[in-house]
Write a protein that binds this ligand. Structure first.
Ligand SMILES: Cc1cc2nc3c(=O)[nH]c(=O)nc-3n(C[C@H](O)[C@H](O)[C@H](O)COP(=O)(O)OP(=O)(O)OC[C@H]3O[C@@H](n4cnc5c(N)ncnc54)[C@H](O)[C@@H]3O)c2cc1C
Length: 498
């Protein structure tokens, strides 16, 4: 046992030894010694040199690490989820708080660098990284605090969805989040936020009470219905166009931890009749039911799969009635519905081997599943020995559609589904053939869509982005001109000012 004397001795030893230790052991992270000038690329795409002294000054001003090419952690820090994206930022800042974010933004602005903001790194088109610019990697900026009394969650800008669900549900509370728990709160929320509870409580962005944001001038601003109302409106739907959100505040809702969820699996030969059923079933679903449809082939598989994925969070006594129509589809190959823990369900789709598949994704909003759309999907979904092909209908409507189109910058309230079409291949294989194939398929599918989810915008959509903001574009343009006139924040569904 530690007596008073030995305690004093050990305390003295700790104090003395701390004084003798190399200085960096007492800091949050070792300071980077900048060994020379750095090559970079400016916002206009020109080669530039960042002087050693200026970069050292940045490093010294940070509490989180500055990571440079050649540093031990650089290769890991520059990664995003999709291994098809392989970019090399000139510098990576991993902020531990608002001050670091602000310093990073100011440095990028002073040196004319593009900023890529990485939260969960899930942007499939690689919007969270860049070549030769500044990556602000928020992975050390993760924290969730719940106030169960006021039913509000305070979530740092780099947090992941799973952290938010886990902490909120501990108090029998939830907000809306996506279906894969390692997705970032930052990217998902600022663009939209579809998920198992969105038809009940709206998009994730509809549940934002306020946030703190570092805008292009490096200043921290608070945005809410009472302060900087234009930013509060614009960030909710226009993604990262205006700055880095350092903290979100979410409304929480009381919900049972147990929900009824599961899936029914059919072979691809049944795509047509399952989709016809799904069209009716989903359009007549109560808000408490989220019904998604997934169909595709794994590489080399020729049977394919069509999956009806369901989550019902309403009163238990209604489950049988809600699910009854599914019986008319006959016996599935596999599947069923059962009572499950909501937080476990939210984790059930997580990728246990992240970065094992390279991917390209196209998406668009759909209001109605027509026989012509089903025929186009039958044509587009073709097996291939070297790639997976998959189509997902994530159900929308319900509470999402009851919010006016101009209440936030998210204008697509009419959508009943977010349709996603994606191909995946081995990371070390050439992407060319796979990307060509999805672009060809999308030509036949796109006419059935009306606008797209900004979080799924690929490079082809850049010229459609302004139009995609629909009636909200003019107001967004004014906000962009005010808060980011030089378009430092351009790696997103970018509002084009000219
Ligand atoms: C496996 C998977 C599952 C998905 N499931 C869903 C789903 O169920 N529902 C749904 O709606 N979407 C879903 N998505 C799409 C998702 O919304 C987008 O990929 C989103 O961009 C992911 O956010 P992130 O923070 O992980 O992305 P990142 O790649 O880290 O960031 C993407 C962009 O978001 C912006 N951004 C990120 N953090 C901040 C911040 N703190 N402040 C300001 N801007 C920021 C930046 O512009 C950044 O470039 C899914 C994507 C994947 C890959």
């Amino acid at each position: 046992m530690l007596n008073r004397r030995s305690f004093c001795q050990s305390a003295m030893f700790t104090a003395t030894s701390a004084a003798l230790l190399p200085i960096n052991l007492s800091l949050a992270s070792p300071m980077t010694k900048v060994m020379g000038d750095l090559d970079a690329v400016t916002m206009s795409g020109k080669q530039a040199t960042l002087r050693q002294a200026a970069v050292q000054e940045l490093s010294d001003s940070l509490r989180g690490p500055l990571i440079l090419p050649g540093n031990e952690t650089y290769e890991l820090a520059r990664q995003v989820l999709n291994p098809a994206i392989d970019k090399r930022p000139a510098l990576i800042v991993q902020p531990t708080g608002v001050t670091d974010v602000s310093s990073a933004v100011q440095f990028a602005r002073d040196n004319n660098l593009v900023i890529a903001v990485k939260c969960g790194g899930h942007s499939s088109s690689g919007k969270s990284t860049c070549n030769g610019g500044m990556m602000i990697d928020l992975s050390r900026f993760r924290h969730v605090r719940v106030n169960p009394k006021s039913e509000v969650a305070y979530v740092s800008g780099g947090s992941l969805l799973g952290e938010m669900d886990h902490e909120s549900m501990n108090h029998g509370l939830v907000t809306v989040s996506g279906t894969v728990s390692h997705t970032g709160v930052g990217g998902l929320t600022t663009g939209g936020g579809f998920g198992r509870l969105a038809r009940r409580y709206g998009l994730t962005l509809d549940n934002v009470r306020g946030f703190d944001i570092v805008s292009a001038d490096g200043k921290l601003r608070r945005a809410s219905p009472y302060e900087n109302r234009d930013l509060y409106w614009g960030v909710r739907g226009a993604g990262g166009n205006f700055g880095v959100v350092t903290s979100f505040e979410f409304n929480l809702h009381k919900m049972n931890r147990k929900v009824m969820a599961g899936s029914f699996v059919y072979p691809m030969s049944r795509l047509r009749d399952v989709m016809e059923f799904y069209s009716d079933f989903s359009m007549n679903a109560p808000d408490e039911l989220q019904a998604d449809l997934i169909a595709g082939y794994r590489p080399g598989d020729t049977k394919g799969f069509v999956v009806l994925a369901l989550c019902y969070s309403g009163p238990g006594e209604n489950v049988d009635k809600v699910m009854a129509p599914i019986k008319t589809l006959g016996k599935p190959v596999a599947g069923g519905i059962r009572s499950v823990d909501y937080v476990a369900l939210q984790r059930s789709g997580d990728n246990t081997a992240p970065r094992s598949t390279a991917a390209y994704l196209k998406g668009g909003f759909v209001s109605q599943i027509t026989p012509q759309l089903i025929a186009a999907l039958e044509e587009a979904l073709q097996p291939n020995p070297d790639r997976s092909v998959q189509m997902i209908f994530q159900q929308a409507g319900g509470a999402i559609s009851r919010v006016p189109a101009d209440a936030t910058a998210f204008a697509h309230r009419y959508a009943q589904y977010n349709m996603i079409f994606t191909v995946g291949w081995k990371p070390n294989a050439s992407a060319e053939d796979h990307v060509r194939s999805i672009k060809k398929s999308w030509k036949t599918l796109m006419p059935f869509t009306d606008g797209f989810y900004v979080n799924e915008a690929d490079d082809d959509s850049a010229k459609l982005v302004n139009k995609n903001y629909r009636g909200n574009f003019a107001r967004l343009l004014d906000i962009k001109k005010e808060y980011d006139p030089d378009n430092i924040f351009r790696l997103n569904a970018n509002i084009r000012t000219s």
